[in-house]
Design a protein around this ligand. Sequence first.
Ligand code: BG6
Length: 467
Amino acid sequence: TKNHSYTFTIFGGTGDLTYRKLLPALYNLFVSKQLIAFQIVIIGRRNYQHDEYCEIANGWIRQFVRLPYNDDSFREFCEHLYYYQMDFTQEAAYADLHAFYSAHNMHEHIFYFAVAPRFFELIAKGLTHVPDARQGRVVIEKPFGKDLASARELNAQLEAFFAPDQIYHIDHYLGKEMVRNIQTIRFMNPIFANIWNHDYIENIQISAMEEVGVETRGSYYDQSGALKDMVQNHLFQILSIVAMEPMRDNSREEMHRCQLDALKHLRKASALKLEDTLILAQYDGYLKEKDVAADSKTETYAALRLFIDNERWQGTPFYIRTGKKLDRREMEIIITFKRPLPTADPNILIIKIQPTEGVYVRFNIKKPGNSEEIVPASMDFCQSCQEINRINTPEAYERLLMAVALGDASWFSQWDQIETSWEYVDQLKQRAINEFLPIHVYQPGSEGPNEAAALLAKQGHEWFNQE
Ligand code: BG6
């Protein structure tokens, strides 16, 4: 399939996502010879000449490319680029687009909607004037809706024009190297696979800490908040992979079935005691950020304590935390096993997703010497510390774009997963509002609000921070 001639059309071709992620990823795929026969049609409203656009693209690609940049290969890459000026909100303009495709013999389409979701329907409708689009693929990004109702509406709009298996929902966390490694670490090691359940696991933490604040995205973020921005999508995806039942085969259907099954077994939000479940907080200074309402109640931090009520997980809490303006950028999954003795430390397994990619294991040994004391020892494997691994590890977007080209939707969100997660997050949010859950304040550069530590302390647990 590699030699199919794909046409990637990017709506929103002069936006941030295109410049920072899509073009660098496509360039990497080109340089590493994964994409051979392809064209990229950049759709924008501005009047750029081909060379002008290439010049701009060049600046971004140099800045964000992963593989060594070189002028000759960029020049070749640019021959695959077409800038197409168009107002994509005008339905009449799509007949011309179709004529353009035909004139260039472009028939196998991948449409990337790198635009605000309010334009999805317009573009989908416009593409009915491009007959080849009926066999094409559509790639969309989050935010997919702002709650369950709007997500359903959006989905109905898209599905009026495209079949579900033509629609690829990108969740860029599913392209990250160590997220792709969770199942191997879990299932290919009997030392973990056989004890991956509530009998042996005390608690599971999914921790996604960011150093950055809302930066220039205030108007989007203030309408969203940590639960909708991170938990509903990225962190629920990870949760479902960590918690899912073993797959019976490696098909995409089975992957999605197992993920969905885990999400469906989340203990109902209505059955949880809210103050033992959810901590919301805002960093001090958030209200002064650009495009943020002066009296905003939007959370920039969320900590959750959830349960999956199936045979495997009964009683094991899943702790999730995520926030902005924290003391570090660090994304990890931390599995704490039950103690063999009340006096011994627990075994701990950490899957490190970023910035370090690796695996950490802590175990017990006898203190060296004459003492019989039990002390913890650890092994810390850093995969990304080796240059060769860094070079060979594709960026999330490279992996995902290539998967779209190959028609492999395994590592994309499915509509029913999105729907289930929205439903859950909506219910939690609604309870937070109805029950006047406080929005705490935390200091920028801290580990988050004290209340998040207290949430776990009440259960005799703590957020694990590697010393
Ligand atoms: C995005 C969120 O989906 O993910 C951002 O909208 C967040 O708020 C980002 O910063 C985090 O992605 P990464 O890859 O930097 O961990």
